[in-house]
Design a protein around this ligand. Sequence first.
Ligand SMILES: [Zn+2]
Length: 92
Amino acid sequence: MTTEQRVYITVNELLEIEFRCKKCHVVFAWPLAAATGFRVNNCPGYNTDWFGEMDHRRKNLDQILIALRGFRETLADANFELRFRITPHAAA
Ligand SMILES: [Zn+2]
């Protein structure tokens, strides 16, 4: 017999985004529920650039954060539940 484990999380179970600097290994976490926008562009450890000028990844990150905050605020009265499937080991 083969079994398969599927693990899902909801938007409200997403708590933080976390950056781990590949150069100095500093970890920086930002709560998704924070009222103010994410403004870190450099490593808080040794000031390594994480996002350059006009870096499209920065814009993409901002859009993801805005969308996640929007879902957290508006899905409570929706007629559906939105879930994300994650790899099983990620839930441990
Ligand atoms: Zn660093």
